[in-house]
Ligand binder design. Structure first.
Ligand SMILES: [Fe+2]
Ligand SMILES: [Fe+2]
Length: 197
């Protein structure tokens, strides 16, 4: 039974790696910092939606969490393939706790606040991937990696738009704007730290 579930996990991961076309990609040493932050970010994203999935009081939050979580898990499989264990952030536990906390606690304030949070997080992630995509386009190298990042980025945009479409109009009061700023500053800091550690 245990062996069977390991085999089905390996089979599923294999399908994801084929779908994202990452099998032949080797990340150059000078790009490992970038990818380390992507791996940390996707770990955080998985745990945001895991946290939100525990919001037993809101079916809408759980539905969005489950839908987005599927994609984030795919992204994490991709990043785990690209970033060897020895090169991953040493602070993975912290990224998991922070992600979980953000997903779970923002859910307390209702569906609209949860969507504002997700919209802010995914907007940040889109910008983060776009910076790397722009750099790779300029460099003209590692085109296979570029395609993977473009696919991930497109899926983050889908999450962003999905969350945005569910925010009630006039829902961006002062407190929510302050909350969005906190998320942006926190995400920026997390990227800076996880690029190095
Ligand atoms: Fe993602
Ligand atoms: Fe996402």
């Amino acid at each position: 039974m245990f062996k069977k579930s390991i085999n089905s996990k390996l089979q599923k991961d294999h399908e994801i790696l084929c779908e994202y076309r990452v099998y032949d990609i080797v990340v150059p040493n000078d790009m490992l910092g970038w990818l380390r932050s992507d791996h940390a970010g996707e770990t955080g994203a998985v745990w945001i939606y895991k946290g939100a999935n525990l919001a037993f009081w809101s079916k809408s939050i759980r539905e969005m969490a489950i839908e987005h979580l599927t994609t984030e898990k795919n992204h994490l499989v991709v990043m785990e393939h690209l970033v060897p264990t020895s090169q991953r952030s040493k602070l993975i536990f912290i990224w998991k706790v922070m992600g979980f906390g953000l997903g779970f606690f923002s859910s307390f304030f209702g569906y609209s606040t949860f969507c504002v949070t997700i919209n802010a997080v995914e907007t940040f992630v889109e910008r983060h991937y776009m910076d790397q995509i722009t750099m790779l386009k300029k460099m003209g190298s590692n085109q296979d990696l570029l395609k993977v990042l473009i696919k991930c980025c497109e899926e983050e945009i889908h999450h962003k738009v999905d969350a945005r479409s569910k925010i009630k109009k006039n829902s961006f009061g002062l407190i929510k704007r302050w909350w969005i700023n906190i998320i942006e500053i926190g995400s920026e800091l997390a990227v800076k730290v996880s690029t190095k550690v």
